[in-house]
Ligand binder design. Sequence first.
Ligand code: ADP
Length: 246
Amino acid sequence: MTVALETRNLVKRFGGFTATNDVSLTIESGARHALIGPNGAGKTTLINLLTGVLKPTSGQVIVDGEDITGLSSHRRVRRGIARTFQINQLFSGFTPLESVLLAINERDGFGRSAWRPLAAHLNATGEAVDLLERFGLSGVMGEKTGRIAYGKQRLLEIALAFASRPRVLLLDEPAAGVAEEERSEVLAIVRSLPAEVTVVLIEHDMDLVFSFADRISVLVAGAVMVEGTVGEIAADPRVKAVYLGE
Ligand code: ADP
């Protein structure tokens, strides 16, 4: 077994409040791992610790055997750990094609204003078109992102993270807010991500978790209450109690 992502005794305190309480996770290469838990359980804090948005009070984050705890978010992306980010005002004025091209240029070390040599630019465009196709965005690639269907915007968020060629992809509630008729497309595309990419899914929707994940960690009050296969988690009375108690 190769480990893609590991946390060792990760702790994050905000003042006297412990948001992440001694979290040790081991996520295998190629895994489909879900992090679930009720509101306030510490899912967002944990993701921010993994991506480097927050620094832990103590403990380590390890990717492919290397301690990356001290690295900035930017450097972590270069080490192959990427997360979906919300389409913001900036992106909504661009088309999906332009947005993906910007993400590819960023990955390749060209700033937003830098010109690429033409041959490289054509390669990047070809790659962008392929990527848009994989994420079901071919039909809307020339429209303003702010005007395309919400489900497509969520798919673009994943496409932008995917453009960095991550080894570990953190998906933050990919189907949240997506209309019922668009959900199955989002699900199908998320499920068709390449097997070699390790995917960590942060999700509230249990149907999605159970249809996607192979292992699940349940966070409660900042700590991992239980971890196991989908079957084990589905049958665990403690998990039921946490969710029924919400
Ligand atoms: P989840 O994503 O599972 O809903 P969060 O990670 O957002 O949970 O929050 C976990 C707990 O940490 C919550 O009680 C929240 O109020 C607290 N928290 C998160 N960020 C901060 C912060 N910057 N300062 C103080 N408390 C915070």
